[in-house]
Structure formats: C-alpha cells, structure tokens
Design a protein around this ligand. Structure first.
Ligand SMILES: [Zn+2]
Length: 99
C-alpha cells in the first residue's frame, strides 16, 4: 500500500486496461483532437440527436440567433464547435458572444 494515494487519471485507467497503451492523450491525425475525449461525434446517431436538441434549445433561448451550425471534423466526424448566426438588426448592430 502506498503511503499517499495518487490521483487516478485517464492514463491510469488506460494503462490498467491495457498495460501496453501509449502515454498521454492520443490525438487524431485529421483534426488533432484527443481520441479519448468524451466528445460528440456527428457520425454517431445518438450524438447527432444531442446536437440537434442543443441547437433547438439554443434557438428557443436566444430569439436573436437565426441558426446554429455544428462544426465537425470532415474526416472523423468529431464535433468541434457551434457557429451561431445572429440577427444583427435585432442586436442594434452589436455582436453577441455565442455563449
Ligand atoms: Zn478528425
């Protein structure tokens, strides 16, 4: 037994599951995202539903926002960000931050 407990991070559990696993985050070649990140993927039907739901709620919460474009990696489909199209007339010319 160790005298002090160490923090158990993702690397710890990856190593536990597979002792030969490489250290540190494994990044995708296409977009440089962490493969193990708990992110959404637009190629996953369940994830896409969540993205749609998020956008639907966003449009309900922000009447000045015209539409939301989910941006994802064209190669692997990892969701990267939302781009919000804002009705500038209704904001009197001021841009709002998207979140
Ligand atoms: Zn990618």
């Amino acid at each position: 037994m160790a005298k002090y407990n160490k923090p158990l991070d993702r690397d710890y559990f990856k190593k536990k599951a597979n002792p030969n696993v490489k250290k540190g985050p494994q990044l995708t070649k296409c977009c440089g995202e962490d493969k193990d990140r708990d992110g959404l993927n637009v190629k996953n039907a369940d994830d896409w539903k969540l993205i749609e739901l998020y956008i639907e709620e966003h449009l309900r919460d922000y009447p000045k926002h015209l539409n939301v474009t989910p941006i994802s990696c064209k190669s692997c489909g990892i969701f990267l960000e939302y781009i919000v199209d804002i009705d500038i007339d209704k904001t009197l010319g001021y841009y709002e931050k998207s979140n």
